[in-house]
Design a protein around this ligand. Structure first.
Ligand SMILES: [Mg+2]
Length: 366
């Protein structure tokens, strides 16, 4: 039997090549936590999580503390294949704290894949697709600037856009129109309000943007407002997406009520690949479509997301896989996006390799 011999947690901050702005914040770095698990026999697994102050109240510092005080000590001596049991113990030790749990879960899958010499998607049901396009996220800039960014991205192969919106409805709608005009009729557009509207305002904005052929409106109202999500979903023609409402403590009620048409499944926020597969099964059972989500994160986390979309039929949209566009350097090699298509890594485990020099350079706890 294989045992876990050693576990480490490392804070990693990778600078973005341009600042990112949405309805709630401005970001300059990916601020991830990385877990390294070493097994008896010498096999090593790596996994990442990206703690988010919004909407889950996690930070890089809190994630490192939770890992050190509560989670990593549970792993020593365990069989790395007993991942259900490890999740049960993590939940019993400390609820919430999804990013650190995700880092552990992904490191265990990476380790399992390396021991078995097979890609992680083979541990999640097998591969149904080897690539997916990714939404390019268009930040809260002026309509003209947003259209410019969209055109430049399209020239590099981007096939779909997610346009950020906020309470400034007039400018937000103008931004959607500018992107539709610039990108042409064939390009898929979704929008994301990041919790900034009320239910009635959401219904009115949905009718305003209908003429721009918007495929989905994500998170029109705050995550906890499931009544609002249900009301909007029942009273609009456009698909309504849930993102902040997909916290593990909200998602069961959200899906039972069919208070969304699409759910954004983020490996990082659901607590890892195993809970993400369970969330996808819940969506499938309720006739809801899945979106493979991401936050500002490094390619180690994007790689885990790619194995999720590779193996999960209910996921029909994807926004993960943007680390190579956001960062000039990363702590892993082997993660590829070509002509707008995110490629599922094919090597053993998560299929990416740690660049030790880059890892040292970006190790930080700011
Ligand atoms: Mg969102």
């Amino acid at each position: 039997m294989v045992n876990i011999e050693r576990v480490e947690a490392i804070p990693v901050s990778i600078p973005l090549n341009h600042p990112y702005k949405d309805a709630n914040r401005i970001e300059t770095h990916s601020r991830d936590v990385v877990v390294k698990v070493t097994a008896s026999g010498g096999a090593v697994g790596w996994g990442g999580g990206s703690p988010r102050s919004f909407p889950t109240g996690e930070t890089q510092a809190s994630a490192i503390k939770v890992l050190g005080d509560h989670l990593l000590p549970l792993l020593e001596g365990k069989d790395p294949f007993e991942i259900e049991s490890i999740h049960l113990e993590m939940e019993a030790a400390i609820p919430f704290h999804y990013a650190p749990k995700s880092a552990i879960d992904c490191a265990l899958y990476d380790l399992q894949g390396r021991i078995l010499d097979t890609p992680v998607y083979n541990l999640l049901g097998g591969k149904i697709r080897g690539e997916m396009p990714s939404f390019d996220i268009l930040p809260l800039e002026s309509p003209e600037k947003t259209a410019e960014i969209a055109l430049a991205a399209q020239a590099e192969g981007t096939k779909a856009f997610k346009v950020k919106m906020n309470r400034d409805v007039k400018t937000s709608v103008a931004r959607v129109r500018a992107v539709r005009d610039a990108a042409g009729g064939e390009t898929m557009l979704v929008v994301d309000a990041n919790s900034s509207w009320t239910p009635k305002l959401a219904i009115s904005v949905c009718s305003m943007i209908e003429e721009y052929d918007v495929t989905m409106v994500e998170q029109p109202v705050p995550g906890h407002d499931l009544d609002g999500m249900e009301f909007i979903t029942r009273n609009t023609r456009v698909r309504i997406g849930a993102d902040e409402s997909m916290r593990p403590d909200y998602m069961t009620d959200l899906m039972r009520r069919r208070a969304a048409d699409v759910v954004n499944i983020k490996v990082n926020r659901e607590g890892g690949l195993l809970p993400s597969k369970k969330a996808a099964a819940l969506a499938e059972a309720n006739g809801i479509e899945g979106l493979c989500g991401s936050v500002i994160q490094g390619a180690l986390i994007d790689a885990a997301a790619a194995h999720l979309f590779a193996s999960t039929p209910v996921i029909v949209y994807n926004e993960s896989g943007k680390a190579p566009a956001w960062h000039d350097m990363d702590i892993v090699t082997g993660f590829r996006v070509e002509n707008g298509m995110v490629k599922v890594p094919e090597g053993p485990g998560l299929g990416v390799e740690i660049d030790e020099k880059a890892l040292r350079r970006f190790t930080s706890s700011d």
